[in-house]
Ligand binder design. Sequence first.
Ligand SMILES: [Zn+2]
Length: 355
Amino acid sequence: MSFVAVAGKKTTDIREFIRDASNTGGIRYRPEKGKKHLIYIPYNEVSVIRDGEAVKSKEIIAISGGIHEWESADGKYRNGVCLKGVYQQDEVGNILNDGTCPICDKIGDAWDIYRYRYENEERNCTLTGPEREEYLENVKRSFLTGRKAKEAREYIYLLIAQFRTDGKGGVETDEEGMPAYDLRVMKMSASRAEAIEQQLANSGTEFAGSEITFEYPNSDDPRLVVSKSTSAPVFPDHMLTRRFPKVLESITEDVNKFSWEGIEKSFGEWNGMTNAVAEKLMSEMFEKWDEYKRELEINPDAKYLEYVGHRANDKPALNVSDVGIPDVGAEDKSDEVKIPDVNKVFSNAKASIEI
Ligand SMILES: [Zn+2]
């Protein structure tokens, strides 16, 4: 067979091709600086038994998982699904995952390195007063971000319909005059999801079936684009899925065809890792530290020199492509989403859905 027969994708729809080609991240939802987005949260209606009676309940379409994030030796953002509780064998019975997580196992060491580095900076810092405070604060932030292994954080991967907007609040329409949309998967930290859920509850709506606007500031700092973004529920009467029942029908049809298969193409953390690969990765990353610990047993003056020559407040690694990921250390609450009050929410909503 020729290479083209194997590797060439049959393309029969030019619009689909253009859409695929322009969305290199595939189905992944991405914030955009200076833009206003409008999304709908689809759901499945299921029957559940409550107090002995069958009632209808709305189920969002989502997966979630504990995700480890860390900074590689060359300062790049890396992540992977926590392997704790994952059991996997290959076809001939070799154990690929045994339920333990080599990344979890190194978190203690990563904290020890953080403390070692920070105490070192504290000792050697000659600044005084507010300057010293500010310097050490930056150091702390940078070292926290730079940890080689971090506790897994819960993320939700939520199926949404993103309306195609002109970025200012106007929604593009298709040839039939219906609002145009794309199915996307939005990754949110548990804390961000909780904040949005709370916001929706405060305005009397529920998560499943709601429409939400996101506004991203026009900042050149990608961290601020995400951390200073605001979200607001759309007032029920203004929802596109209510005003255009045909759109809701069409979204529901698409959603029913959706499958999580292949999600790792857009979210690499779902490629997973075998225990052997994860162990190798960790022992490479912690090589110098492990050496230092061994040396310390025979030489109380041993020094850990891996970071000597690194500037303390170098720019931390960024993961700028996700909504809701506080980029500068999960510990920093100031990076959490700012939620406008209810009045502002509704005035925002009105402005955002004009067609
Ligand atoms: Zn883990």
